[in-house]
Structures are given as C-alpha cells and as structure tokens.
Design a protein around this ligand. Structure first.
Ligand code: ZN
Length: 120
C-alpha cells in the first residue's frame, strides 16, 4: 500500500483505539523503513536493517512498533498487523501459536482486555 498523510492518520487512530481496548500505553508507530533507521539504534536492536522483511515488528522494550505499510497488500492485512503487534505488547510473555492467534482474532472482533500487570 502507498502511504499518504490520510493513511498515516488512519493507522495512528486505529493504533490508539486498539491500544485502549487492550489496556496498554499507545506505542510509538513507525511506518517506513526510513523511520526505523532514524530512531536510535538501541531501540530497534536485532530488527533494524531486517525490518523490511516483515509486515510488522514490535520493539517491546521501547513501546515501539513498526508497521510496514509498503509491504501490505490490503487494508485487512494492515489491520491484522496492527492488532498482531499490539497483542505482543499486551501479552509480552506469549509467543506465536494457537493462543496468540486466538487473541488476535478476539482483538480484531473488538474485545477489550484488562491492563497487563506483572505478577510479583
Ligand atoms: Zn509476531
């Protein structure tokens, strides 16, 4: 998809809405590989020059996500990716798999989650 100011605004708006529903702080969103390269190296360590390969990347330690708009075939994939990355933020201990995918589906369907609290 081609990024323009209107699409940029829509993505940030969606991110805000989902972050709210998932009980997490709204992350900073990077939308181009150029933006990934512009943030301090330590923030994107491990997934910096390779970020272009993915639909999305979450840099959990820094409350930062990359949504690779140029790679997106359509809006559905875009929305999926936003929710996928935010589910990583809300469930940082969970890796990809059945449970993760279920949470993504629930998130897309409008489910809200109580804020994440670390267990003592
Ligand atoms: Zn993932």
């Amino acid at each position: 998809m081609k990024i323009d100011p209107n699409l940029r605004f829509k993505i940030l708006e969606k991110t805000g809405i989902y972050a709210n529903r998932f009980g997490i702080l709204e992350p900073k969103v990077l939308l181009t590989t150029k933006e990934v390269l512009e943030v301090p190296k330590e923030m994107t360590e491990g997934r910096r020059t390779s970020a272009y390969k993915y639909y999305g990347v979450s840099y959990m330690q820094h409350n930062l996500i990359f949504v690779n708009v140029r790679k997106m075939p359509d809006e559905k994939t875009l929305e999926n990716t936003i929710v996928h990355e935010l589910i990583h933020m809300r469930f940082p201990y969970l890796s990809h798999g059945k449970r993760f995918n279920k949470l993504v589906r629930q998130g897309l369907a409008g489910k809200t989650f109580a804020p994440y609290k670390k267990r003592k």
